[in-house]
Design a protein around this ligand. Sequence first.
Ligand code: DMJ
Length: 659
Amino acid sequence: DFISITLSPEEVVGAGGYNNSKAWRRRSCWRKWKQLSRLQRSVILFLFAFLAVCGVISYTSMGEPWKSVTNKSLDDQRTEPEIPGLKLANPAVLPAPQKADANLGNYPELSPQKLPKPPYVRRGPSNLQIKPSRRDVRLKTRHDSSRVVEEVVQADKEEKTEKSVISWRGAVIEPDQSTEPPSIKIKEPEKPSSVEAEDQKEPVPINERQMAVIEAFRHAWKGYKDFAWGHDELKPLSKSYSEWFGLGLTLIDALDTMWILGLKEEFEEARKWVANDLVFDKNVDVNLFESTIRILGGLLSTYHLSGDSLFLEKAKDIGNRLMPAFKTPSKIPYSDVNIGRGTAHPPRWTSDSTVAEVTSIQLEFRELSRLTGDEKFQKAVDEVMKHVHTLSGKNDGLVPMFINTNSGQFTHLGVYTLGARADSYYEYLLKQWIQGGKKENELLEDYMRAIEGVKKHLLQRSQPKKLTFVGELAHGHFSAKMDHLVCFLPGTLALGAHNGLTADHMKLAEALIETCYQMYAQVETGLSPEIVHFNLHAQKGHKDVEIKPADRHNLLRPETVESLFYMYRFTGDKKYQDWGWEILQNFNKYTRVPTGGYTSINNVQNPSNPEPRDKMESFFLGETLKYMFLLFSDDIDLINLDKYVFNTEAHPLPIWVPA
Ligand code: DMJ
């Protein structure tokens, strides 16, 4: 059962003291070994053999991790210099990001913001793209047939050399941008990346209609570049420009359109202007709503698409400068802000603000808070929404057009429209709900109630074609008047239905987009006037649509094309593309100026003289042509509507918790 080995002290320590010589030790051990029984010797040998086997086994199992740890640290050392070098942060095709503080004015409230880290690590929701994909390369191939080969070769080179470079036009969501509001933790993706799935798809080649949009954009841009560079709007006939805020409005509004259309050179040139010449430290009054949707919205979306921090820095600057608008007794913002002085005021003739204006700046300010981690932007605009939610004076969810900045109450009660001064209130109820991940129930409640209000009070059918239209209600009287602006509604209704709201909304969207199309088709030039009146009673020789002389202008507005885009995306019905194609051709026929640019016209009823107005609105490039390009595309990932929500100026912003 046991073995005992006894060593006597004399044998260990020789007589006369300590002897530790090697020879003595060898002899002594050998003698001892000889004295052991055979069994004892076998057991000892067995023990040694057993220990040796254990040693070999444990070496082989421990060896691999150690080897990989060693290799990993070597790899880390090899790749480490590439990370801070920002090579991975921005596409090679873009100039290096400017210093964060370049061209920033001295805004007192501008607190130092944490810059997002470069997007070299993939984190956050799976379907926000932060790595190069084959799609990026295929997008390159769409844009300009003459540059196709060169760009593909270049893309291949880039792919080979820098696997993590974010290619031109690949939408970028930086890791630190997260997709949740600031207070909420980022969720790791649970399912396989849809970006990877996307990568497996065949390239969707650019088609002829999209090429025609690119051609139209280039023509418009030529006019702007030649005669209005850096100014707000092109006056294409007089070959000059007009200023509204003096902030290069057309250029900023067009940035993300150029990105989406793949106009690389134009984009880079415009970017240089933003870096070197766009200065907000100016003694100038700007309209809060217009500068939010066009400038702040345009900068934010361009930042998201390009990943270039220049645009975020500019967005922060203008965002801070607009904040004085909220310093009112009611917290309902004033309409105008002096961005240089930091003062705000209502229009000279009233202390009212427009309801659509104060309730259609939320997507942009909320996104600015999420990106900067500074809650003040979101707080200010959320407060407006909460306040409006509780106000009396609504009619089944429909809001009046004005709100007082002192009392915070609606004024001019009794007039309800989905057109000018109220339109985007409804649009932003739904879109904020989508942006925030469909959690903010009050927004949804208000939206659903409002659509019921539309059905109850504003929907009618015209004669003879029985077109469903949205009229207006003035002190209990129905008016069969519909602004072209209302044509945003079919698209918004379709977006709601796509996001799980009742199928009735989609039915209504289908009926309304037909009406909006007829507002073009029934007119001599095939272009819609600003306002139409529908016939409620059939009269011989009369169409559904009547136009008053004061309303027969066309400002190159986007709303119908916008809705056509949503309808095509969600139904796949080609008739919507065909309708948009007709509209583009008529813009080319009646509003294109040969020397560059497009112009608003005064008379859509006179094809032989549509009376050009000599002005190209910034939204023609920001919205109309962008929606045209997207409408003609069959690539649902070209601004995927489950990942992005468009602001009311067609600037896509990320959905915080994408579907
Ligand atoms: C744009 O500035 C926006 O779409 C806004 O919501 C309404 N008006 C113009 C376009 O028509």
